[in-house]
Structures are given as structure tokens and as C-alpha cells.
Design a protein. Structure first.
Length: 338
């Protein structure tokens, strides 16, 4: 069953089409990530689902109900914002139950829900503190608790981890995913961080200029990108794209190996040592190429090396449309023709 259905929705700001004929579904109990660079339309799409913006055309359904013209309150959703949006003068407990107070939920029910939620998000020992006494990660947990206590079946998250440092982001994305699965809620999560998308999502909707570039599982976007844009956006480092006549040839950095003979000549520009592996940044006929190697690479800037990969690891895109083309064999020979 689909918890959310967006059907041919568009939203314009003057002459700019922020969301351009977007259609997608989020299955019941799944985590759908809206991914893309700044200005791609992902946050506007989320705000349209929430009812914070009204579409110029198209329809939005939540739980089988057409909510296109309903207010946010009528849509029975919860939302977590990038800014946390906590009341500084209220305690953690008061922030979490604020929405229940507004809806005049009984004191007994509020207390029971607060205890369950505080245990879920690890805030039981901090309920009397004010937001100013909390770390960034703890504030984010308060925002999560406020969303969970509403017991809405759909939760929307707008870049909730962007204010946290790298270590906290890693911890919080693990916690959010675990909570989403434990509670069985449907979640739509907006981010520009492809690592968050790849590690959390059941399904990723990659957006570009207000339209959907590709909609699929993390595995599909990584192993079979529909466009050169997807190939460049997904992966760290991203896929290498090498121009060859009227074809763009794509190869993932981890699929390229340094060989002693054959292959294609390349010049090392720099080497990034990451501990478990190294990234060798090279130049092939004036085009940048990244190579991922296990362990510590002994390559040095200025070294002349040779690179090769298997034909089955190639991706081909039309140079004009940048759409995926059927793959063909000939890995190393193809590079020689660059």
C-alpha cells in the first residue's frame, strides 16, 4: 500500500518551476529520501506534502485521502525541521508534549506517551533541562521525540542532521533509521548528502532542476545510474566520466586498478590517504580520473602509471542527452580510444 502518492505536481515561483510535473509514491512503512543539490526542488516537494505550500497543479494523497487542499493539521503528519524549532523557555519534556497540549490530550495520556518516547530517543534523564543546556545531538533527539509522540503514520524530515558534526550525523542517521523501522512509520527525508541517502533509504528520488532524475533503490542508483548526472552525484568519490567521441564512458573509482603494462597511461596529480584505502587522483589525456586502492598507496604526484578495468564495469551515456546507453564489451580498448 502507498502511504503517499504525488501525481503530476508542479509549483512555480514566478517564471521558475521549482517543482516540475513530479510524480512519486512512498510505500507504507518505508523510508523515502528526496536527494539532490541546492535548488533542485526537494525541500519544496516536502513542503507540498506537508501542506506548507500549495501546488499549482497535480494532486497529493496521504493514506488514500486526497489532501491537496487540506491544511497541515488536517493531513495528520509530523515534521522535523533543520533548525530543530524548539521553545527555549520550555523544558525538554514540555517541548516534546507541546503538540499534545495544543490538541488537549489528557494529562495521563501525555505522561504515558512522554515516558515511551523519552525511552525511545534516550532523553529520560534530560527531561527537566532547557534546550540551551543540550548538545546539538540531544536537541535533535528532542525534535525527533516531538515528532514521534504525535503518533502520526507519516513523518517528514527536512535536512535534520545538517547542523551536526560528522560523528553525530553518523550516529543520528543510524538512530533515525532504527526508530523508523521499529515504529513502522512512513518517512520522507530530504537531504543533499548522498551518504545519508545511500545508508538510510529504502528508495531514493534524485532530483535536478525541479524534476526527478532517477527514482530507485540505492543499489539501482549506484550500479545502474540512468544518467551521467546520477553517476556523478552518487558515490564517494563519484563515478569517473570520460568523454569519448559521442559517448561518455563511466567507471567507478573502485573498479579501476593500477597495472604494470597494457591499460592506459595516466599521470598522478595527488593522493589522498584515508586509512583503509587511498584515492589516487590522475589525469588521462587531460581528463580527471579517480582510482580507489585498498590500503596505503605509494604513488606520488607526477608518477606515470597505467590503469585498467574490466569491460563489465563500464557504463555508457549519450554525450548529448547524458542518458544511459546499452553497455558493450571492450574495457581497456575503449579507454585507448579516448
Amino acid at each position: 500500500m502507498s502511504a503517499i502518492v504525488i501525481d503530476h505536481v508542479s509549483k512555480c515561483w514566478g517564471a521558475m518551476r521549482a517543482v516540475d510535473d513530479v510524480s512519486l509514491t512512498a510505500d507504507e512503512g518505508s523510508l523515502l529520501v528526496l536527494l539532490g543539490p541546492s535548488g533542485c526542488g526537494k525541500s519544496t516537494t516536502l513542503r507540498l506534502i506537508a501542506g506548507l505550500e500549495q501546488p499549482d497543479s497535480g494532486t497529493i494523497a496521504i493514506g488514500g485521502r486526497d489532501v491537496t487542499r487540506m491544511t497541515p493539521a488536517e493531513r495528520k503528519i509530523s515534521m522535523v525541521f533543520q533548525s530543530y524549532a524548539l521553545f527555549p523557555h520550555l523544558s525538554v519534556a514540555e517541548n516534546i508534549v507541546f503538540g499534545l497540549r495544543v490538541r488537549r490530550v489528557s494529562r495521563g495520556e501525555r505522561d504515558a506517551r512522554l515516558k515511551r518516547v523519552a525511552d525511545l530517543v534516550g532523553l529520560g534523564h534530560l527531561l527537566e533541562r532547557k534546550p540551551s543546556q543540550l548538545s546539538g545531538g540531544q536537541r535533535q533527539r528532542v525534535a525527533l521525540g516531538r515528532a514521534i509522540i504525535a503518533e502520526a503514520r507519516v513523518c517528514l524530515m527536512d535536512e535534520p542532521l545538517s547542523n551536526l558534526d560528522a560523528k553525530l550525523r553518523h550516529e543520528m542517521r543510524t538512530e533515525i533509521r532504527a526508530l523508523q523501522q521499529r515504529l513502522g512509520m512512513t518517512m520522507v527525508y530530504v537531504t543533499h548528502d548522498q551518504t545519508e541517502a545511500m545508508t538510510m533509504a529504502d528508495r531514493i528520488v534524485l532530483m535536478r532542476d525541479g524534476r526527478i532524475e532517477q527514482n530507485g533503490t540505492p543499489e539501482e542508483l549506484y550500479n545502474r545510474p540512468a544518467t551521467a548526472f546520477t553517476a556523478r552525484f552518487i558515490g564517494t568519490p563519484p563515478m569517473n566520466i570520460i568523454a569519448r567521441g559521442d559517448v561518455l564512458l563511466g567507471v567507478r573509482p573502485e573498479h579501476i586498478r593500477v597495472v604494470s603494462q597494457d591499460g592506459h597511461g595516466a599521470r598522478v596529480k595527488t593522493v589522498e590517504h584515508l586509512g583503509a584505502d587511498s584515492i589516487i587522483l590522475c589525469d588521462i589525456d587531460g581528463q580527471p580520473v579517480s582510482v580507489r586502492q585498498d590500503g596505503f598507496s605509494h604513488a606520488q604526484p607526477g608518477d606515470e602509471i597505467r590503469l585498467a578495468w574490466d569491460a563489465g564495469c563500464e557504463h555508457q551515456f549519450d554525450k548529448t542527452s547524458e542518458r544511459r546507453m546499452p553497455s558493450a564489451a571492450g574495457g581497456i580498448k575503449r579507454v585507448a580510444a579516448v
